[in-house]
Ligand binder design. Sequence first.
Ligand SMILES: [Zn+2]
Length: 259
Amino acid sequence: MRLLESDSLVLHSFDYRETSRIVRIATRDAGVLSVIARGARRPKSPFGSAIDLFTSGVAHVRVHPSGDLHSLTGFDATRTRSELAGSLARFTAASAISELCLRFAREDDSGRVHDAATAVLDSIGTATPGAVPAIALAGAWRVVAELGFAPSLDQCASCHADLAPNDAVTFDHRAGGALCARCARLGKRGRQLPAEARETLRAWLAGEESMLADPAARRAHQRLLREFLEEHLGDGRPLRAFVTWEAQASAPRLAADHA
Ligand SMILES: [Zn+2]
């Protein structure tokens, strides 16, 4: 049994039995872990509110060499991110980022998911509600790039031929990105990616910001991302938080969200 002390981010948490909670955390030193916080539901819990969703801090974990549930012995919160709960736009976007990390991340990812997710949540927390979707889309693609499966945009994902940089292309989720005209004809799959959308995607993958003024473009980008992720997961399980996020972003704004 090994003791781990690592900068961590709470991605998900749920009640377990009478007094405990199971928490999934992205750690800097051991990737994404499931840990049990014994006694977390007792009135005088040693954890207090430290293991609330999206909180950052130093996790103290007893790592069990066999099995995939470890023990959380302490969590020193350094940042609670309560601002994410203050608006539906922020909360649903942050939940989608969290789902992305949980569904794709593994143990021992060299801390890349922790660092990328933390940066994205901080950007979402300070964005105005109207800017949240573009900020979260950019962040999600950055996490995808960190996980090592960024789509190919400048070479054909099938035959690797160079593609003209400013053209519209066919985007094929299964092939893993843009296709040249010949492969698109042969494959008879994929959707059109307009030149502007391709440029935006390229900027996001490079870690740059690119805002989306047009709601239709935003919806198209959200759908493209979700379909790309679902194709890569390949397990048929829907990305529930992404579906909720898309529905929220398309709903009429609540008065409180104009703030
Ligand atoms: Zn090709």
